[in-house]
Each structure stands twice: as C-alpha cells, then as structure tokens.
Design a protein around this ligand. Structure first.
Ligand SMILES: [Zn+2]
Length: 350
C-alpha cells in the first residue's frame, strides 16, 4: 500500500509534520552501497571528497512533504540540501568526536604522534563507524529491522570496541567485533526462523544458535539463498580469526609482544592498533552488507503488506482518529498493543 508516514518536528516556534514523498528506500540503499568499500583519506577537511560523503548523500537524499501545522499549508524540500545539512550536523560531529577520543588518550599517556599510515587507517575505520551509525539511524527511523534489541546491541558492541581500543585494550576490543558479527547475523537468521527467535527470547535454557557448522546460522542463511558462498566464507573466516581474541590465544594478550612473545607493559601498541582497525573495517563492511540484505527483504515484505504495521511492535491493530490542519486531513493511528502513534495520509480500513 502506498502511503506517507508523517513525523512531527519543531523548528523555532513552529510545528511541522513531515513525510517522505516516496518512502520505498531500498533502491536508495543499493545505490549507497555501491560506495562500499570506503576509501582512505588524510584529513577530515577532505571528507566531502570521500566515498563516505557519497554513501551518506545517497542514503539520505529524500524529498519531503512539509505540512505546516498552524495553517495546513504544504511545501516540498530540496533533497540534496536536506542530506547535506544532515551530513554536517550529524555525521561530521559524530566522526570528529570519536576521533578526538583517540587523540586525547594518546596525548594524555604518551605524547605520541601517529604515523601517516596509521592516521589514514584510523580515518577509514572511523568512516566505517560513521557509515554504520548513519545506516542504523536510517533503519530505526522507519523500523526496517526485525528485532530492535539485537540491532541496538550490535551497535553497542561496536561503540564499546572503539571505547576500549582508544584506551589500548586491543584484545578486549577485538573480542567485541565477534559479538557484533554474531548479533548482526542473528537478526537476519531469526527473521526467517521466527520460532527459534521466540524460543531464544522466552526459554531460559535456549542459547543463541551456533554461528558456523552444520546447523550454524550462516549455513542456514546460505542454504536459504539469503547470503552467497563468498559471504558465508568471509563471515566464517572473520569469526574464526576473532575467536583467538575471545579465547585468549597467548599472542593476542595485551601484555605480550606478538612477535617476540615477550611480556610488554600495557599501553599504546601500533601493531595491535593496526590489527584492531583492519578487523573492524572488515567486520563493519560485511556487517553493512548483511544488514542491507535484511532491510531489502523486510521492505519488500512491507510493500506486499496490505495493512499498516506498528513500527515499534509490528502489530496491526490501531485506533484511528482524523486530525485537521487547515484543509489538510491526516489520520492519527494509535497502536492498540503498545500505544505507538503514527500519522498517515491514508485511511486504514479495519
Ligand atoms: Zn505497537
């Protein structure tokens, strides 16, 4: 069903209801994904010339209908302008504040200067983190997910990994990438194995299914045509590599020099830092691809859906009332299950 979903925003004193003119977004997502892998860059002043910028703009380029609540008048926004403003207001701030965290701890403890290669690698790693974070906001905005706690926990693993790594806990930070992969894959797996999801959610003795192997989640996804052989192999290989950190392989300990196997004091270690960044880049890259596949499936399913779905709990029963703004009529639907409110321009017949 074609309909516009409205959300309320306040600009200055005035209230507006805004809605995307075309809310089918996966073609945009596919365009954005063409800019992955992202590229390295020297300095954040160059950010506008990077693939991250193109990725972000493709994803957020949206023509909006803007309804002025005071008089019911309707106008349109310029899609490029909206996306560019968001890029500076959201993404730029995000990336700069994380970058600062790394440099602050380096300054405080060692007065270290990163080599040009390491600096560029850190910029790339932060670019992936920013791409992932903006993709996540995009998913959450209109509920293109199967389980919100799984998605939110996946991003928490990444955040925690960056916090730990900026404080030199490289082994612990790498371990969290393994959790991240597991959660991203689990969300996709559970969306097509819903009985297993309910069991895992409700029964105390049921654990998260295995990642690899005969009954593993990635094997199941490949068998059902959700991921291809290359993607399965990539996930299996990364998961295996990361297990060395989870199970504390001797040479992965933060107090051991992985080359000489001699013990070292805790602190900045360029080799471990590079290793962590390379793993992060690989994990976030494949993570983005898996989430995108899931989003596309989910959106296609919604297109076929005749009824309105609650973005919060995915139930279909609503209490609907009519709101009038000048001559414009908007439907306000309240979910009977969770009280989530949504506004549309279409009357849902129940
Ligand atoms: Zn609901």
């Amino acid at each position: 069903m074609k309909m516009s979903l409205y959300s309320k925003v306040t600009m200055g004193e005035q209230e507006f209801l805004i809605a995307e003119i075309d809310s089918t977004r996966y073609p945009k997502l596919n365009k954005a994904l063409k800019y992955i892998p992202l590229d390295e860059f020297n300095d954040f002043s160059e950010l506008k010339d990077t693939k991250l910028y193109d990725f972000y703009l493709e994803l957020n380029k949206t023509e909006m209908k803007i309804l002025n609540v005071a008089d019911g008048s309707i106008g349109n926004s310029d899609p490029d302008q909206v996306a560019e403003t968001m890029f500076y207001n959201n993404l730029m701030k995000f990336i700069l504040s994380w970058n600062q965290k790394f440099y602050e701890s380096l300054d405080q403890s060692h007065n270290l200067v990163l080599s040009e290669t390491t600096k560029k690698k850190l910029n790339l790693c932060l670019a992936y983190f920013a791409a992932f974070d903006s993709y996540l906001s995009w998913i959450l905005e209109e509920s293109r997910f199967y389980s919100i706690p799984l998605i939110l926990d996946a991003i928490s693993e990444i955040e925690a990994s960056f916090v730990l790594s900026s404080s030199f806990y490289y082994k612990q930070a790498a371990h969290l990438f393994r959790n991240f992969l597991e959660l991203v894959v689990a969300q996709y797996y559970f969306s097509t194995n819903t009985k297993n999801f309910d069991d895992w959610r409700t029964l105390p003795h049921v654990n998260m299914p295995r990642f690899r192997g005969k009954d593993g989640m990635i094997t199941n996804l490949r068998k059902n045509g959700k991921i291809n052989n290359t993607e399965e192999e990539k996930l299996a290989q990364l998961f295996g590599t990361l297990s060395a950190y989870t199970h504390s392989k001797y040479e992965k300990l933060v107090h051991i020099d992985s080359k000489t196997k001699k013990s070292i004091p805790f602190g900045y270690n360029s080799r471990y830092f590079e290793e962590w960044m390379n793993l992060g880049i690989e994990c976030m890259e494949i993570g983005l691809k898996i989430l995108a596949k899931h989003t596309e499936d989910w959106e296609k399913q919604l297109e076929d859906e005749e009824d309105l779905l609650c973005p919060k709990c995915h139930e279909k029963a609503f209490e609907t009332i009519l709101e009038k703004y000048g001559k414009t009529e908007i439907m306000l639907h309240t979910c009977k299950n969770c009280n989530q409110q949504i506004r549309t321009d279409v009357l849902i017949e129940k």
